[in-house]
Ligand binder design. Sequence first.
Ligand SMILES: NC(=O)c1ccc[n+]([C@@H]2O[C@H](COP(=O)([O-])OP(=O)(O)OC[C@H]3O[C@@H](n4cnc5c(N)ncnc54)[C@H](OP(=O)(O)O)[C@@H]3O)[C@@H](O)[C@H]2O)c1
Length: 334
Amino acid sequence: MVKSKRFIFARQFDGPPKESDFQLVEEETPELKDGEILVESLFNSVDPYMRPYTRQLPTGITMIGEGCGRVIESKSSDFPVGTVVMHRYGWCTHAVLDTKNKDPQNIIRKAPADYPKDLPLSLLLGAVGMPGMTAYYGLMKLCEPKEGETVFVNGAAGAVGSLVGQIAKIKGCRAVGSAGTDAKVAWLKELGFDAAFNYKTVSSLDAALKEAAPNGIDCYFDNVGADFSSTVLNHMNLFGRVSICGSISTYNDNEPAKGPYPFVTILFKQLTVTGFIVTRWIKEWPKGMEQMVQWIKEGKLKYREHVTEGFENMPKAFIGMLVGENTGKAVVKL
Ligand SMILES: NC(=O)c1ccc[n+]([C@@H]2O[C@H](COP(=O)([O-])OP(=O)(O)OC[C@H]3O[C@@H](n4cnc5c(N)ncnc54)[C@H](OP(=O)(O)O)[C@@H]3O)[C@@H](O)[C@H]2O)c1
């Protein structure tokens, strides 16, 4: 038996999440049954979706989320001790997982057999994990960027956005991004973005977009939503494609944001606007992960991680990520 810790989602969030919305508990892990494994987390992820998803969930459950860990006890020949896995057991130091559970949305995924030894395992929660697949498939499948086109992404210095802009460059596009600090904007330029601006300090978003994307926007990868997106749509070119990935500017709202309504703009610009949840391509993830590893190894794709040390600091890391303390992927190292 092993002493494990987990965070309980103790109170429904009201506006921005607070540390008091979580409760830390310590308990002993149960004895393994046939087919079960005990995983010790190495890294846990904090992601924006945790804020809106919890709206539908009861309090008292383990706070939701993905972890990357190592099997330390096993009653499954498919997952021997030492295997590195990604799981969705939530905010915990240890997880007892049933390897016979084949629910595709909840499946335990193994690290790719050929995962390079010199890459940090935390990337399996970032560029080579869910956020990486979000950037890759959300851009490639829904925006179908073509050489010479302009791709605009907001939240551009985050886990997903920083990859979207770089993939756009790999595909021969002009990449434009916005982020919330000057240091983040400087990093976007280092990454090869053709233009980037601080959306918090520009005098008008409209003018900033006009300057950064003088020929209009062909592909819009939206991480922010609401008013921001209404403004961006006015800069779209005819037959532009919009990939609705997230809506972080509204996640803390108690009431849904109202208008302006985008339908006439979508109509006359003949835009294709598609929302997505990345797990719709889960069967294709291994291919996408391979592609991300290859680009990283070739030096075409750079990543940054914002690492918070210590399991006890998970609420702090989550709260900080939501207000923009991270550059690149926010992860917690246990
Ligand atoms: N559809 C899917 O399957 C899927 C999967 C993964 C992620 N997502 C979505 O993708 C988006 C990015 O996720 P991520 O994991 O890459 O997070 P992230 O960008 O690494 O972190 C969140 C960032 O959002 C920015 N932000 C916070 N409040 C904002 C506001 N009011 N307006 C503009 N920006 C704001 C902050 O950066 P600044 O300093 O720049 O403000 C913060 O660093 C989120 O909307 C998330 O929900 C969707």
